[in-house]
Design a protein around this ligand. Sequence first.
Ligand SMILES: Cc1cc2nc3c(=O)[nH]c(=O)nc-3n(C[C@H](O)[C@H](O)[C@H](O)COP(=O)(O)O)c2cc1C
Length: 390
Amino acid sequence: MTASTVPALRPLTLGQHRVWPPVVLAPMAGITNIGFRRLCREQGGGIYVCEMITTRALVERNPKTLRMIAFGDDENPRSLQLYGTDPEITAAAVRIVVERNLADHIDLNFGCPVPKVTRRGGGAALPWRRRLFARLVRAAVAAAAPSGVPVTVKMRKGIDDDHLTYVEAGLAAQEAGVAAVALHGRTASQRYSGTADWDAIATLKQALDVPVLGNGDIWEADDALRMVAHTGVDGVVIGRGCLGRPWLFADLEAAFNGRPERRLPILGEVAVTMRRHAELLVDQFTAGARSPARGERDGCTDFRKHVAWYLKGFPVGGELRRSLAMIESLAQLDDLLGKLDPAEPFPVTALGQPRGRTNSPGKVSLPEGWLASRDDDTVPEGAEMDDSGG
Ligand SMILES: Cc1cc2nc3c(=O)[nH]c(=O)nc-3n(C[C@H](O)[C@H](O)[C@H](O)COP(=O)(O)O)c2cc1C
């Protein structure tokens, strides 16, 4: 695939923002914090969405949630994802965001397949209740309108293959005034199993006039070009593919600019990136910590989950891996990274392979009677979560 065979190599338009390359870092709870986003932004252009923020927690001024809404001075546009199920609370949260100038773009989460969320009618369960969905999106768009902050939605294909919602929900979101619609080409019941359905993404692109963003199974930069060619989407959303591989954003920038280079870092270069990532997390956690020592420990603890992703496919012994996944300080990290063989070539067998969550499909937990009442627009009880971050 070369850039010349790709139909739509244009900047992505989100309201007043022009984004080039048309690449979006997917919101990932527990991952896409300010430190991780900076690490990715240092690699290439695009839009980098923060971790999910719960509307109710924001409206209640929950301190942890307020701390999570943190952006770098040079982050532009500042992109925030909200999770909500109640149109009024969502509108109130959006008003806080725009009145306090907390972000330049708001994405609404309708894709979360986690049982504790769908069981209450939130996340990926919500678009099934079409009137509630439309009301919620309209409320968010209206609250953001005076500021000009664009609102987008991110959703899955539906609850399962017998209960697909994406075309209808996409049209309703467009009608409500969203700036773009992102589709993860899986149903909630698939969770992260199987492969993403790019044909569904193409179908949605055909159906809508607003920009459509394609999401699911982009593991390499050339997969992004393939998705654009296959579906005609206006932009791509990258989730698990960049875990332990922030340089994927450099490859994406090269790919969208028609350049052939792709990064295959040797282990020494991966170690430098790991150190940078840990350092950024330490900076982030130190900013809100009682003491620098506490910030360093919390930053290092947050870094641990990334170790296995960075080392995937490299011949590194189990003991060293385990020790790296237990670090408490940057000095300890440096010591352990020093034990890696810097000349070890990148394991090309790991290219194009799924990483991160790949769990099996399952029946979606839903509130009693949910499927039988599509036009009921009652706000589901207890579906508003009061903690952010998924
Ligand atoms: C660890 C993790 C956390 C996630 N958290 C969120 C979230 O908070 N909001 C959201 O809309 N999607 C979330 N997702 C889904 C991703 O944004 C994305 O839609 C999904 O991973 C599919 O894209 P991919 O195949 O590129 O990974 C999460 C995914 C992962 C792996």
